[in-house]
Design a protein around this ligand. Structure first.
Ligand SMILES: [Zn+2]
Length: 201
């Protein structure tokens, strides 16, 4: 049985599917939107509708970019060093590293990490794309910047085995990042130190 009218129930259901939002928070948000001036929900609806249609993945690094663009702004920037490739889990990690202003190479976004428990294997990530990219030549160093978590470390180890075989230098972000923490939450100084102190892997 529905407690609220269908449109309200629908919104609560949609919101509670988001990470970190339980039914209570979802209800609170739904009723907030109901009370708030029209433009609040209108702006939100417009932004949501445009989110998928107006974005795409960069064909080279698989970072998020605007729809209709072949490559993202980082990949087309000719001042960036193409011989340096930083491998991250998510687009949010690219943003975190970019905020440090200390990195001048290119990226490769895996879109996840290996997780046997969740049934996520190499074929579920953008690993094949990464290998092909390195095989194409020009890359001299691959920096493995997956999170310092169990899955992040396992993913880095897997990639290291694949890439070293190809005769390319592989480094890993220095320790000092909080273990189990996310790159995206690390402060800029910590991230900068982890990047400059990266070690042979
Ligand atoms: Zn790109």
């Amino acid at each position: 049985m529905m407690i609220y009218p269908e449109p309200v129930e629908n919104l609560i259901h949609a919101l509670s599917r988001l990470p970190g939002i339980g039914p209570k928070t979802a209800s609170r948000l739904a009723f907030y939107l109901l009370r708030a001036p029209d433009d609040v929900s209108h702006d939100l609806a417009e932004a949501l509708a445009a989110l998928k249609t107006n974005t795409a993945y960069c064909k080279q690094c698989l970072n998020i970019t605007s729809a209709g663009r072949e490559k993202c702004e980082i990949c087309v920037n000719e001042t960036r060093l193409p011989e340096l490739l930083c491998v991250v889990e998510e687009p949010l990690d690219v943003a975190a590293l970019e905020r440090t202003g200390a990195y001048n190479g290119l990226y490769h976004v895996l879109h996840g990490v290996l997780s046997p428990i969740e049934g996520i294997g190499p074929e579920d990530l953008k690993i094949r794309e990464l290998i092909l990219r390195i095989q194409a030549g020009g890359v001299k160093e691959v920096i493995l910047a997956t999170n310092p978590s169990m899955e992040g470390d396992a993913t880095a180890m897997y990639l290291q085995q694949q890439i070293t075989r190809m005769g390319v230098r592989v480094t890993r972000l220095a320790r000092g990042l909080p273990v189990g923490g996310d790159l995206e939450y690390a402060d800029q100084n910590t991230l900068m130190r982890a990047l400059s102190g990266r070690q042979e892997y």
